[in-house]
Design a protein around this ligand. Sequence first.
Ligand SMILES: [Zn+2]
Length: 279
Amino acid sequence: MAIPKRLGKNTNGYLGETIDINSVLRDCFVSATAHGWNKHAITVNQEISLAAFIRPGVVTGESTDQPTRRKPRVYISTGIHGDEPAGPLAIRQLLQENKWPEGFGLWVCPCLNPTGFIKSTRENASGVDLNRQYLQPQAPETIAHINWLSQQPMFDLCLCLHEDWESHGFYVYELNPDNQPSLAEGIVKRVAEVCPIDTSELIEGRPASNGIIRPTIDPRDRPQWPESFYLLTYKTKLSYTLEAPSDFPLETRVAALVGGVRSALEILAQPLTRITTTE
Ligand SMILES: [Zn+2]
């Protein structure tokens, strides 16, 4: 396929396509229903709730002498920034295609900032960047989301889907404090088939290598935690933030995020790479 080119639309922020988030979420709901997912509405307040879909994973071996083994549990979230439409569209496509690794437990939040999407702003309708709220949450969306997360089990992998309006291509931010087998190279390799990779040595002020950012100091020293720091602290030991370049065509960015998620799950599903025991 032809390599997509930058559109040159974005100046001081995202100026590309917008989506009808309610229509996208309705499509997600229809697919989740058709494929037997559990559907949660996380109540934020009288006007807003956050959708969440769960497909419990398969546990095998309980009746044998073997330790109980289960398939990986994966959490995928997106739509925390209302000017990043590719994430909810990627989740919609993944739910519609319904091709998930056998037996995996899946937790999916398709839109964490519904009021931001109505206004097409990074922040919610009250002007709060929800992805800076996770150390000391004030926003009702974040409080409700954390409350819901605290009721869920530990995850083997968390994927947060984002877009970056000024990046030169796709990149991924890895949080892997236990040095587990990395999924980052596999993610970048797959995404490179459909979308340029940002090969800058510095991305968002952080050292990067072939589209991968690996922080060398504990990033949680930062005072304003994004969702991924909360996840790393309380819910997982392996987290990737996937960033699609939003100055490229929307279909390219959606393909990048869908490909990134698929590659991460496929690597995790390889039996020799990892078999997870219960925590
Ligand atoms: Zn974002």
